[in-house]
Design a protein around this ligand. Structure first.
Ligand code: SF4
Ligand code: SF4
Length: 87
């Protein structure tokens, strides 16, 4: 309970300072929000060739070895399916 209260308090303080703590995380693709290969905006905009569609799954795969956390795909995804550290 105490940990939960501290977490909420810290989140509130960061938000009040204009910092969104939810964004200070590695770039991640939310498969539930992604509309799949009919979109492919993230694959096109990534300047580091870090996002591709593979295999039968109709969702993009992010290569953590290539991703620089630049945040372009986070901004450009039309369905807010990608979250993570902004730049
Ligand atoms: S830009 Fe967003 S919705 Fe489009 S394929 Fe990429 S993750 Fe999915
Ligand atoms: S954060 Fe940048 S480098 Fe990483 S996948 Fe998105 S566009 Fe590519």
């Amino acid at each position: 309970m105490r940990l939960l209260l501290c977490t909420l308090l810290l989140g509130g303080l960061l938000s009040a300072c204009g910092m969104d703590p939810s964004l200070d995380t590695p770039v991640t693709i939310n498969k539930d929000r992604c509309v799949g290969s009919t979109c492919r905006v993230c694959e096109r905009v990534c300047p580091y060739d870090a996002i591709h569609f593979y295999g039968p799954e109709d969702t993009p795969i992010l290569d953590p070895d290539k991703c620089t956390q630049c945040g372009i795909c986070v901004r450009e995804c039309p369905y807010q399916a990608i979250t993570g550290r902004p730049q």
